[in-house]
Design a protein around this ligand. Structure first.
Ligand SMILES: Nc1ncnc2c1ncn2[C@@H]1O[C@H](COP(=O)(O)OP(=O)(O)OP(=O)(O)O)[C@@H](O)[C@H]1O
Ligand SMILES: [Mg+2]
Length: 469
């Protein structure tokens, strides 16, 4: 069969995707569109705003990328300097990088230019790349706010705006930046909001960004992917280390992501795993951007079997083949649970998600069960057993891994960023109080929780002192 014949039969062609874009989509292995793609691509091609809800790993990236790419290809190559035709905002740098990679694959051969704007790395190359103007800019809000304020990026010609992980982009940590950015885009822009979760109060906020939107809901918000087998293990915090190590001794756990609530917790879990003879990489907001991306890349290429992470890795990250997600503790926001476990069971693959629950976390568990609308089965109950002994020779202050005391001890006044500023990397001077671009709140709060909302300057406020996000 010729390529053209294949293209004719392809379901994406029926949705209105054609030419080089269709070819690249097929070459990427996308033979048939997923439900969210079927339901949302035609409406977006018609120019409609959209609020798209579908489970984790169900193809939302292509659902928003393909229609935009299709429209941009029709426009030709003329662009004004420093402008972007389409802007995709994401909550973490790693997710922004991944979205750009996906777009490059989907638009291969279609002469689409892309650029990334994100914190933690040099802004020089970013400014240079966007200098001649680009088709698609993928950004985290903090750094983009800086570059717009400094006149290095102009959003006035931006006709397409996407908020990936939209509920996260509209919560307290990001909303001020996002609103300001949205306001700076073209008057008649088309807007798309996508996520697997969308609490009602955030959905209401979202209406402010949308014009007569189509709401596409493949499954009710909060629905977890059917392929994930979920369970809980009841265990006191002091028992969790041994339980995790015993679990990981099973080699069928091929590729495991272990979530911890705080950065210190993640470090502690990693250290304990290493003491117990496991190799593990860690990713959280106190690591340099280089270290963050290196840990994720190692996990992606299979050289790292165990990745310990905070909620900066909970959303959007697509690493095919993650066999297990272990929640060492429960997240503060129930929605995070949906995203965390959604790192496995993607794109039709099977996955297993196990959550270790201390009795003090019972109310969080209830909240999770409420938003996923299902009761999690108990796989094992260790509560009747004694606490394990610490291995000989290990001395340290007793400190449960799901306790953020460490963060509190080294905590800074709310909203004030010191050196290292919560892991955005770079920048030593105090920053403006705001949510980081990585979803990591500052100071004494657990990673992934709503950060302090401080006063910020608008775009007109002149050069900021030092911003890394
Ligand atoms: N039509 C398709 N055919 C085959 N594979 C696809 C198709 N659409 C998407 N995929 C693949 O499915 C995987 C998950 O897609 P994607 O990351 O877009 O999910 P998502 O819905 O954004 O998930 P999350 O809510 O976790 O961000 C990716 O590896 C992607 O390449
Ligand atoms: Mg996604």
């Amino acid at each position: 069969m010729t390529n053209e014949n294949q293209a004719e039969l392809n379901g994406f062609a029926k949705l209105g995707i054609s030419g080089a874009l269709l070819k690249a989509t097929i070459a990427a292995g996308f033979t048939e569109p997923k439900p969210i793609q079927v339901e949302s691509i035609p409406a977006q091609l018609e120019g409609r705003d959209i609020l798209g809800i579908a489970q984790t790993g169900s193809g939302k990236t292509a659902a928003f990328a393909l229609p935009i790419l299709s429209k941009i290809i029709a426009l030709g190559t003329k662009r004004r300097p420093k402008t972007a035709r389409a802007l995709i905002l994401a909550p973490t740098r790693e997710l922004a990088v991944q979205i750009e990679d996906t777009i490059k694959v989907l638009a291969k051969g279609a002469h689409i230019s892309t650029a990334l704007v994100l914190g933690g790395v040099s802004r020089f190359s970013q400014v240079k790349k966007i200098g001649p103007g680009v088709d698609v800019l993928i950004a985290t809000p903090g750094r983009l706010t800086d570059l717009v304020r400094e006149g290095d990026v102009i959003l006035a010609d931006t006709q397409w705006l996407v908020l990936d992980e939209a509920d996260r982009m509209l919560d307290m940590g990001f909303i001020n930046d996002v609103k300001r950015i949205a306001k700076a885009t073209a008057k008649f822009r088309q807007t798309a909001l996508f996520s697997a979760t969308m609490p009602a109060e955030i959905a209401e906020l979202a209406q402010g960004l949308l014009r007569d939107p189509v709401r596409v809901e493949v499954a009710p918000q909060g629905t977890t992917a059917a392929e994930i087998r979920q369970s809980v293990v009841l265990a006191r915090t002091k028992q969790k280390r041994k339980i995790l190590s015993d679990m990981l001794a099973d080699e069928t756990m091929r590729s495991v992501i272990v979530f911890a609530r705080t950065k210190h917790g993640a470090d502690r879990v990693t250290r304990d795993l290493e003491r117990d003879g496991f190799e593990a990489a860690v990713i959280h907001g106190n690591k340099s951007q280089n270290a963050r991306q290196k840990a994720l890349n190692g996990f992606r290429d299979g050289s790292v079997r165990i990745l310990v992470a905070t909620d900066i890795a909970a959303r959007g990250i697509d690493v095919p083949g993650i066999s297990h997600v272990v929640n060492f503790d429960l997240p503060d926001e129930a929605e995070s649970y949906v995203h965390r476990i959604g790192r496995t069971g993607r794109n039709g693959a099977d996955g297993i998600a196990v959550t270790l629950v201390d009795p003090s976390e019972n109310s969080k568990l209830k909240q999770v069960e409420r938003i996923i609308r299902m009761k999690l089965p108990v796989d094992a109950d260790h509560l009747g057993q004694p606490d394990p002994q610490r291995p000989a020779g290990e001395h340290r202050m007793p400190q449960p891994a799901n306790d953020d005391a460490g963060e509190r001890r080294q905590g800074r006044p709310n909203g004030q960023r010191g050196r290292g500023n919560g892991g955005n990397g770079g920048g030593g001077k105090p920053r403006f109080a705001k949510g980081g671009d990585h979803g990591a709140p500052k100071g004494d709060k657990p990673e992934g929780r709503k950060p302090f909302r401080g006063k910020r300057r608008g775009f007109g406020g002149g050069k900021p002192k030092a911003r890394a996000a």
